[in-house]
Structure formats: structure tokens, C-alpha cells
Design a protein around this ligand. Structure first.
Ligand code: NAD
Ligand code: UD1
Length: 337
């Protein structure tokens, strides 16, 4: 068996996926330009998994660098995590997002064609469903009604991959639509490290609990939900990582394009997450209600039945696990700084 190339392999989801693949006996090559992660993550992945994966510092859009990787290793599949992902920033810097996210996908597809590598797993997002789709989101609903340039890059890459697979019957493409990944590896060695003020809920909560910020602003308490705050499908990053292992197995046996939601199928409100965090960690999270954040949808969560039926995968970890592991990581990350 050859190696699996993980672009964005030292990032939040890539690093957890690397650990799960290594533990399952797969060989991986990590590629990352370190625009949003640190080289030390590669060493920590090796420490958790008991063997050190090779790490290449390169831009995934750089075809010469990619050719070197495909010459040096027998790459049998690519999992493409690399990309810019901040929704707000994508509205301020759309061209940087289109350039980075689209170019890296195209360069990978071209290099894979050159070397006969036929399996592409793509990190897409639930954001491609958009506000017109009723919840729970199902893979066969129309997509593309995205509310940000970031979301549109995900949708455009999905379409590019579908066209590539339609034109080449030997290609196997798996589009994974992630819901809201949170948590961290239970070792406390790897996790998400947002730079600056966190945009996302869980990193903000852990920073409040650590005393780095005075309180959480809960964006909106007048949504048409059970307690007025927004509902999301939070999934533990280790569960999400294991979904990639299942997707790789699927890609080995199938051709064409297949889409899977990776979520738990269950939604929690912002206030439910705040309460669960306090109960799981013993750390209270002071909060106050603030105005709605533009672009937020009241409620979304996955219909997770297709991944269970076809991939034999489902999320196992609880919201309490997600809170405990996020908190452990926050405490460790603080010690490292
Ligand atoms: P992350 O920023 O932690 O990881 C992405 C990694 O890609 C970073 O290490 C960054 O340095 C690297 N990178 C960026 N551009 C690159 C390039 N051109 N060449 C090489 N490396 C590059 O983000 P993440 O949370 O791990 O997300 C991984 C993927 O999953 C992204 O594509 C993201 O859009 C997608 N996704 C994430 C979420 C989420 O909530 N975290 C949700 C849905 C989809
Ligand atoms: C956002 C992105 C999504 C991306 C995901 C990464 C949008 C529209 N969507 O999703 O594309 O994949 O991040 O996880 O931006 N909240 C607060 N206070 C805070 C932070 C968040 O109340 O300080 C609330 C938000 O209003 C939201 C919920 O918490 O209701 C979750 O927010 P967040 O973690 O940012 O994720 P999403 O907005 O769902």
C-alpha cells in the first residue's frame, strides 16, 4: 500500500486525521505551508501515533513541489485539507481565498493525473447548503447558495471535482461536508490554535474559561429556536478524523463522486454548549447576550444517516467529551506559549 498525502496536514483537522490514519496502520505524508499551523505539530502527531510521518513544507498550489512529493513517495490517495477558512476574512479578502483554495485543488488534480493517483477526498463544509435548505441537511439537497466567498470556494471546488470525475471514469472523489468540528485529541497534544480573537464558539469559550477574555458574547437570543440562541451540529474532531479513514476505504472500492455529511445529526444551542462546558469542566463561562452576528443561520444540523449506512461510520463522542478535550487542550496550549 502506498501513502496518503494530507495537504494541510499540520492544521486542526489534518493533524487529527494523520493520527487516526497512522494508528490504523496507514502511511501518510504531511504537506503544509504553515500559513495557519506550526511545524512542531508534525512531531506531536508522531509522538501520539508512535511513528513519525514525513513532513514537507510547501504550498499545495505549487506544482513543482507537488511533483517532488509524488516522485519521492507512492501517493495512492490525497486528502485535501489545505485552504483558508475564516468566513469573515473571506469577505474582506475574496481574491486571496479564491486564489489559494481553487489553485491548490487544481494543482493537486493536475499532479494526480500526471502520476496516476486516482483518489481525492475533499474537506467541504455544511456551509454549501445555505439558508434555503430545511434542516436536517441531506446530501441530495441543492447546494451552492453560500453566504460567503469562503463557502463559494468550497462549492466551486466540489463542482470542479465532480466535472473531473465525470470526465475520467477512473477517478474516485469523496466530498465530505463537515458540520462544526470542536474538541481536541484526548492526549492534549494537538488541537485548534486560533490566531487573535477567536471567531468560533468553542475556542472563545475556552479562552473565557481560562480568564483570557472577560465573557462570551452570545450572538442573538431571539432566533426561532428552543431557547432563542443558534443551534449547530458540533462534532468531535477525532470522530471527524475517523470519518476520513472510512472515506478512504470507500474511495478504494468506488469510482465517481460521492458526498457525505460528517456530523452527529444532533443540534445544540449556544446556551446548551455553555451549560455543558460548565458541567463537564467545572469552569463557569460568564456570558451576555449581544446582537445577532450577520450571516448566522438560526439552526443547522446533519442528516448523518448516509455516512452510517454507506461508510459504516458515525460519531461516537458526546458534547461533554468535546468540552473536556477542548478545555484540556486550552490548558496545554497555554503552557506551550
Ligand atoms: P486549519 O487552518 O487548521 O488547517 C488548514 C491547514 O492548511 C493549515 O495548517 C494551513 O497552514 C494550511 N494551508 C493553507 N493554505 C495552504 C496551501 N496553499 N498550501 C499548503 N498548506 C496550506 O483548518 P482546519 O480547521 O483544519 O480545516 C481543514 C479544512 O477543512 C479546510 O479546508 C477547511 O476549509 C475545512 N473545513 C473546516 C471546518 C472547521 O470548522 N474547522 C469546517 C468545514 C470545513
Ligand atoms: C462558521 C462558518 C462555517 C464554518 C464554521 C467552522 C459562518 C456563517 N459559518 O460556522 O462556514 O465551517 O464556522 O466551525 O460563519 N457564537 C456566539 N459567540 C461567539 C462565537 C459564536 O454566540 O463568540 C455563536 C454563533 O452565533 C453561532 C454558534 O455560536 O450560532 C457557532 O458559531 P461558530 O463556531 O462561529 O460556527 P458557525 O457560525 O456555525
Amino acid at each position: 500500500m502506498g501513502s496518503v498525502l494530507l495537504t494541510g496536514g499540520t492544521g486542526f483537522i489534518g493533524s487529527h486525521t494523520a493520527v487516526e490514519l497512522l494508528l490504523a496502520g496507514r502511511d501518510v505524508v504531511l504537506l503544509d505551508d504553515l500559513s495557519n499551523s506550526e511545524a512542531g505539530v508534525a512531531e506531536r502527531i508522531g509522538r501520539i501515533a508512535g511513528r513519525q510521518p514525513p513532513f514537507v513544507r510547501a504550498d499545495a498550489a505549487d506544482r513543482r513541489a507537488l511533483r517532488r512529493v509524488f516522485l519521492d513517495w507512492d501517493i495512492e490517495a490525497v486528502v485535501h485539507f489545505a485552504g483558508f477558512k475564516a468566513v469573515g476574512e473571506s469577505a474582506a479578502r475574496p481574491l486571496a481565498y479564491y486564489r489559494n483554495n481553487l489553485d491548490s485543488a487544481l494543482s493537486l488534480l493536475e499532479t494526480m493525473a500526471e502520476f496516476g493517483c486516482r483518489r481525492f477526498i475533499f474537506s467541504s463544509s455544511a456551509t454549501v447548503y445555505g439558508e434555503r435548505c430545511p434542516v436536517p441537511y441531506r446530501e441530495d439537497m441543492p447546494a451552492g447558495d453560500c453566504s460567503s466567498p469562503y463557502g463559494r470556494t468550497k462549492y466551486m471546488i466540489e463542482e470542479i471535482l465532480k466535472d473531473a470525475a465525470a470526465a475520467d471514469g477512473s477517478l474516485s472523489v469523496v466530498l465530505l461536508r463537515y458540520f462544526n468540528p470542536i474538541g481536541a485529541h484526548e492526549s492534549g497534544l494537538i488541537g485548534e490554535k486560533p490566531s487573535g480573537i477567536p471567531n468560533n464558539l468553542m475556542p472563545y469559550i475556552t479562552q473565557v474559561a481560562a480568564g483570557l477574555r472577560p465573557r462570551l458574547n452570545v450572538f442573538g437570543n431571539d432566533y426561532p429556536t428552543r431557547d432563542g440562541t443558534c443551534v449547530r451540529d458540533y462534532i468531535h474532531v477525532t470522530d471527524l478524523a475517523r470519518g476520513h479513514l472510512a472515506a478512504l476505504g470507500f474511495a478504494e472500492a468506488h469510482r465517481g463522486t460521492e458526498i457525505f455529511n460528517l456530523g452527529t445529526g444532533r443540534g445544540f444551542s449556544v446556551l446548551e454548549v455553555v451549560r455543558a462546558f460548565g458541567e463537564a469542566t467545572g469552569q463557569p463561562v460568564p456570558f451576555e447576550f449581544a446582537p445577532r452576528r450577520p450571516g448566522d443561520l438560526p439552526e443547522f444540523y446533519a442528516d448523518a444517516s448516509k455516512a452510517e449506512a454507506v461508510l459504516g461510520w458515525r460519531a461516537e463522542k458526546s458534547l461533554a467529551d468535546m468540552c473536556r478535550d477542548s478545555w484540556r487542550w486550552q490548558q496545554n496550549a497555554l503552557k506551550q506559549d
